[in-house]
Design a protein around this ligand. Sequence first.
Ligand SMILES: [Mg+2]
Length: 253
Amino acid sequence: MKVFLIAATLVLSLSCSTHSNNSKLAPNSREHQISAYLWQQTSGEYRALTYQAYNIAREKIERELEDKHNRKRAVVFDIDETILDNSFGGAREIQEGLSWKESHFADWVKLKQAVAIPGALDFIKFLVERQVEVFYVSNRRIAMFQDTLDNLVAQGFPVKKQNLMLMGDDHTKEPRRLEIQKKYSIVMLVGDNLSDFHIDFEKKSVKDRNALVDKMQKDFGTKFIMLPNPLYGDWERALPSNVEKIELLKVTP
Ligand SMILES: [Mg+2]
């Protein structure tokens, strides 16, 4: 095993040093990105997971509604890769050999072509029927408000303008959640990123994020509903930026 590890390390370091000075890394990296986009756009497994998330969410809310109390209930949704699929915008960038930048995302938002994620629309309509208030708390910028509203409405989502809460100067969603809590009891949060659920997940290392997930494990599938997102997320920002990603891969548990 030791010999294998030394050999593997040598191969990895050789390939890394080759890649760092060689444009061949780009096509490989692009190939992996394409696989992630294809998984979201074409796989039945992706759809099954989104339906699974929304089926569990509905069951939990049905149970919650059996508990009679006078507080007004709210469910808080993230937007991107939670109720809207943006993979088409990213796929265009890949086809043009570009990487996904914020300015490109702004151009994509203007097109208003994101589509509803399987299961999201039915669940949100169910909430509205049951008088549960629906909030959309997204880190799309406030300048994107009208395009986002138009896109959501075109996809059939019921949206009250005052319940569409986009990002101002503050990256964290916590103040917006606290604002909602002044009037409502937040009974569920739905997202694709850990920071969609709780402030404690923000700006943490890989190790700390995972320890927190373990600590809060009972909240997943009950209060926190997680959607799959193979394309991007805070998990990437948690990785050390000064090393090649391949060096972070573990070859033993
Ligand atoms: Mg998201």
